[in-house]
Design a protein around this ligand. Structure first.
Ligand code: GLU
Length: 358
């Protein structure tokens, strides 16, 4: 593993220095260059005391963040840039487009081995999946976050950051798409989801499984991510200055079509339904959704259930109604894929292919 090689080389050089060969140059072991892009979130959050629940995201700048984890300097040469400093509940298209553009610029630089992005946990799964579809590189792009603010008792941010740098600097991470490293686990962007509002062990990859684990910087990779990504993605932001509107509507008992119609009236070019069970919804809601589909609004059936596929033509006839089934993507990730898909086409069959392949 790369870290072990670095340590081994360093101790060899130290031994040479004490063996009488005083003239031998003290060559520094080569370590990769990682650029850290900070966007905010609890990892940059601060509270007035170390035990209070209330805090403000995005209080700590990228330089403070880097200074707080000096151990990471042994793994990589690092430089930081501040993209934004917001709680990720405020993540928006302006920041996404800026972030994606900067990541693509950085990974094209020969001296940059990888990128680490710090982010809030609320929407990290959406940003990771967005980048997974629009970053054109095999180089590691690793997002990390924390559940506790930097001022908290047992803050989890520093070790998460250290592990993220270790993964970004690891040759075995190359070609595995955008990764999220948090609480010793390495998740693929298409698989992870936040499952607890407060627990440190909040992220799970319930359907598609973990990519690997990382303990104190030592990573082990089990498998590649599921779905096409990064260098093999058909999606691109070249020339894109805005993304089409797609709304998510949750299904429930006694649902009518009012919110589906309201989304279309507000300018949504696509609607994702967080359906009950296998992407189901009431008969009146199906009617409203099918009517919008005939008007050209792309309608995706996902699920409000935490895990499981939404398949085509199970209880609803997608072929007849013109719907798209989300397959393994939850509603928030379905929305990301649909927005990028709508930049290319509004053909439901072609968009279904994207949902099967990505
Ligand atoms: N609202 C915070 C955010 O997403 C929550 C937790 C966090 O950052 O980790 O930015």
């Amino acid at each position: 593993k790369r870290t072990l090689v670095v340590v081994g080389l360093a101790s060899c050089l130290a031994m040479t220095g004490t063996s009488g060969l005083a003239a031998a140059p003290q060559a520094k072991p080569a370590i990769p260059t990682i650029v850290v892009l900070a966007t905010g979130g609890t990892i940059a959050g601060a509270a007035a005391t170390d035990t209070q629940a209330g805090y403000t995201s995005g209080q700590v700048g990228v330089d403070q963040l880097l200074a707080a984890v000096p151990q990471a300097k042994k793994l990589a040469n690092m430089r930081g840039e501040q993209i934004s400093n917001i709680g990720s509940q405020d993540m928006n298209d302006e920041v996404w487009l800026k972030l994606a553009k900067r990541v693509n610029e950085l990974v094209a630089m020969p001296d940059v081995a990888g990128v680490v992005i710090t982010h809030g946990t609320d929407t990290i799964e959406e940003t990771a999946y967005f980048l997974n579809l629009v970053v054109k590189s095999k180089k590691p792009v690793v997002l990390t976050a924390s559940m506790r603010p930097s001022t908290a008792l047992s803050a989890d941010g520093p070790l998460n950051f250290f592990n993220a740098v270790a993964v970004a600097a690891n040759q075995d991470a190359v070609g595995r798409g955008v990764l999220v490293v948090i609480n010793d686990w390495i998740h693929g962007a298409s698989s992870l989801t936040k499952t607890s509002t407060t627990a440190v062990q909040t992220f799970m990859s319930p359907l598609r499984g973990l990519i690997g684990t990382v303990a104190y910087g030592v990573a082990e990779f089990y498998r590649g991510p599921v779905g096409k990504h990064t260098f093999e993605s058909e999606f691109s932001l070249d020339g894109v200055t805005s993304l089409p509107r797609v709304d998510i509507i949750m299904a429930h008992e006694n649902m009518d079509g009012a919110l589906i119609d309201a989304a279309a009236a507000a300018g949504a070019r696509g609607v994702v339904v967080a359906g009950v069970g296998n992407g189901n919804l009431t008969a009146p809601a199906v009617k409203a959704l099918a009517a919008q589909a005939t008007k050209g609004v792309v309608c995706v059936r996902s699920t409000r259930v935490a895990t499981g596929l939404v398949g085509r033509n199970v209880e609803l006839d997608d072929d007849k109604l013109g719907f798209v089934a989300s397959m393994g993507l939850n509603p928030q990730k379905s929305r990301v894929l649909l927005r990028l898909a709508l930049l290319k086409t509004k053909d439901a069959k072609e968009i279904q292919r994207y949902f099967i392949q990505y």
